[in-house]
Design a protein around this ligand. Structure first.
Ligand SMILES: [Zn+2]
Length: 170
């Protein structure tokens, strides 16, 4: 296998913010980084699950945006969320700044919610695995960060595994 020269992100200096993780033909994957990897506590999986339900609900109901939302889901490392948007006639491009404004709006809605949507055995694969108070905590903190200390530029790091394969956290 040929060694592929690839650049991936340096998690040791990654700050909470919103980053373009990948750009594919017609699709843009955003890294909604909630907490600082390996330095701050990760988001408890129960709270992350709740954030996933609430964020997905909001994005898929938000007028002018909902048609372009492909996917909302947590990172395995529990430090952030991926949101995949497709480009369209209305939105030929998506930027981190656009996602910042949408996510702030979403988080402000989340902290007002007193129920988690879709938490029955029919609608969720682990319907007791939720934590709304902790989801509120992270939503509030992340919202403050996006408003006051916004980061959107990755620091790149070259990572090539011994077998020549490239590694990417997505
Ligand atoms: Zn669920």
């Amino acid at each position: 296998m040929e060694v592929i020269t690839s650049f991936t992100i340096d998690h040791s200096v990654l700050k909470p913010g919103i980053y373009v993780s990948r750009e594919d033909e017609g699709f843009i994957t955003f890294d909604l980084r909630i907490t600082e990897p390996n330095k701050e506590p990760w988001v408890d999986p129960t709270a992350m699950h709740t954030l996933e339900h609430l964020m997905a609900t909001w994005f898929r109901n938000r007028e002018t945006v909902k048609e372009d939302v492909v996917y909302v889901g947590p990172m395995g490392c529990m430090t952030g969320m991926y949101v995949i948007m497709k480009t369209s006639a209305l939105h030929p491009q998506w930027t981190a700044q656009q996602m910042r404004e949408l996510t702030i709006e979403c988080l402000q809605w989340i902290v007002q919610q007193q129920e988690v949507p879709a938490t029955t055995p029919e609608t969720c694969g682990n319907c007791l695995y939720h934590n709304l108070p902790l989801a509120h905590y992270w939503a509030s903190l992340y919202c403050d960060r996006l408003c006051n200390d916004f980061h959107s530029e990755y620091t790149k790091l070259e990572v090539i595994l011994d077998n020549g394969m490239r590694f990417q956290d997505a």
